[in-house]
Write a protein that binds this ligand. Structure first.
Ligand code: PMP
Length: 368
């Protein structure tokens, strides 16, 4: 069965192999007589599913031994509160604002601590990253928060910034919702990284939190128990009933990731290279045509979410309708910025991007 290409920003396209396997296992998971949805989260079968998923995640992302991987609920938006509740000790935290999502994180944190603005690129219309002399890091900061990939504005840190070199001493708190699993992560400065699963890792409902062990145990007294990292860690993410089916699908996605190969590379390295090639194809077409516009500076253009505008606004509905007719779905931009956005997560095949750029070239010839 050939499916349309789905460029949604999340919930997003999943590997077809994963959906097929889930369908095949729906009624009876490996002879248990039950669907994964119907199992006890404490039984042997689900324990195996969850432990395998965690092992695969650690292996793929090379998570160091001194970090715990927690499976939580509430998504990245809940983490905007959960991070300061756990790490700020009610004191100071620094926030770097590079787009809609980190701006939201900063606003939420102010309820729980003195959340300072360490740098912002809002004046640029969120088209760049702060340069060294724009940073104002606080000596007392408990952490420095940033968003590694801004899903709405299409701005991505090519690598996590070296806060020590910028005069900071606090660990990073990273919202990596829209690029987790798309490339290797340098953990050396990370205190906590969190992500909703619904872009690269699986369906919505499970939030992955990777946190340094020594940062556990300092939650504010008002922190709900279900959101206290130490309580969640001490209970192996089973303090409350976890989102079992979402964890199962994430496990299948992680196994799919491990099976990937591309240009002689395997696993995450293959995925990373393919993601670079996919994004390059699309930016090349955008830059080659006067009809398409992306204003993000080249060094920080997102490999995951590519927003673009048509120079003639009246063509927006025509573009979307023609794309849909060619089985290229969910290309409409975020309502706050308009235009188009193509999300190119891991599960978007190279052929999907080739099909999109071929349509875009043809559209530009006819309407440009
Ligand atoms: N941060 C980023 C970077 C996101 O892309 C999103 C979702 N698009 C969120 C936070 C919010 O995630 P959730 O709705 O899962 O809480």
């Amino acid at each position: 069965m050939s499916r349309p290409f789905n460029f949604a920003p999340g919930p997003a396209t999943l590997p077809q192999e994963v959906l097929e396997q889930a369908a095949a296992e729906m009624l009876d998971w490996r002879g248990t007589g039950m669907s994964v949805m119907e199992m006890s989260h404490r039984g042997a079968a689900f324990t195996e599913i969850a432990e395998t998923a965690l092992r695969d995640l650690r292996e793929l992302l090379q998570v160091p031994a001194h970090m715990r991987v927690l499976l939580m609920q509430g998504g990245a938006i809940a983490e905007n509160a959960i991070v300061p509740l756990n790490l700020s000790r009610g004191t100071v935290a620094d926030y770097v604002v590079t787009g809609a999502w980190s701006k939201k994180s900063h606003a939420e944190a102010r309820k729980y601590c003195e959340a300072r603005l360490a740098a912002s690129t809002e004046d640029s219309g969120f088209t760049t990253l702060p340069v060294a002399d724009q940073w104002r890091l606080s000596h007392q900061a408990s952490y420095v928060h940033l968003c590694s990939n801004e899903t709405v504005h299409g701005v991505q840190w090519p690598a996590l910034p070296d806060v020590r070199a910028l005069g900071g001493a606090a660990p990073l708190a990273v919202d990596c919702s829209s690029d987790i699993g798309s490339r290797a992560i340098d953990w050396s400065q990370v205190g906590v990284a969190y992500a909703g699963a619904q872009k690269n890792l699986g369906p919505s409902g499970v939030t992955v939190v990777i946190v340094r062990e020594d940062l556990l145990g300092h939650a504010l007294p008002s922190c709900p128990s279900a959101f206290d990292y130490k309580i969640v860690a001490d209970n192996d993410s089973m303090y409350n009933t976890p989102p079992t089916y979402a964890i199962y699908i994430m496990g299948l996605v992680l196994q799919w990731m491990k099976r990937q190969s591309y240009k002689g590379l395997h696993g995450l390295a293959a995925i990373e290279q393919r993601n670079q090639d996919k994004a390059h194809l699309l930016y090349e077409v955008i830059d080659a045509s006067d009809l398409y516009i992306n204003r993000v500076q080249a060094h920080c253009r997102s490999l995951m979410n590519v927003p673009f505008f048509l120079s003639r606004d009246e063509l927006n509905p025509v573009f979307l309708a023609e794309a849909q007719a060619r089985d290229l779905l969910q290309l409409k931009g975020h309502k706050s910025v308009g235009g188009m956005r193509a999300s190119l997560y891991n599960a978007m095949p190279l052929e999907g991007v080739q099909s999109l750029v071929s349509f875009m070239k043809d559209f530009a010839t006819r309407h440009g």
